[in-house]
Write a protein that binds this ligand. Structure first.
Ligand code: DQA
Length: 145
């Protein structure tokens, strides 16, 4: 079973970016933790990071028929990308939205997610554990689908 993990814009800067909010873990180390868990769960994990909206949409569209579940941190696109939302709705692959920080406890513009209504669920505020729990959840959802 193949699961797709998508990191959105600026997440390539993890480790040096606003460390007070996002911590000092690099994207590479987040990916290693996720890959190790995928191994444990017996699923194949394909990981991508893109700084562009179109790049993320292309990844979601390409997942049709090959990917059983998506874990996505859409970064700031979370708050306004109707195009990414529509892509998720179109492919109908169980998707879990994850965030390192608690978006609901931050600036007002981060409180809204336009992705959440088309995701199966949202996990926020737990750092790398948001990703790990998101991965566990999507594997269960994919098994049930
Ligand atoms: C984020 C939260 C977003 O508001 C922000 O734009 C990000 C990271 C998170 O993981 O906490 O880029 O998605």
């Amino acid at each position: 079973m193949k699961i797709l993990l998508i990191h959105g814009p600026n997440l390539n800067l993890l480790g040096t970016r606003e460390t007070g909010v996002y911590g000092v873990q690099t994207l590479e180390s987040v990916n290693q933790r996720c890959s190790a868990l995928a191994n444990e769960l017996g699923v194949e994990l394909e990981i991508h990071q893109s700084n562009s909206e179109g790049g993320i949409i292309d990844l979601i569209q390409a997942a049709t028929n090959t990917v059983k579940g998506i874990v996505i941190n859409p970064g700031a696109y979370t708050h306004y990308s109707y195009a990414i939302r529509d892509a998720i709705a179109a492919v109908r692959i169980p998707t879990v939205e994850v965030h390192l920080s608690n978006i609901h406890a931050r600036e007002e513009f981060r409180h809204q997610s336009v992705i959440a209504p088309v995701a199966m669920g949202q996990i926020v505020g737990l750092g790398v554990n948001s990703y790990l729990l998101g991965l566990r959840a999507v594997v269960e959802l994919a098994k049930d689908a």
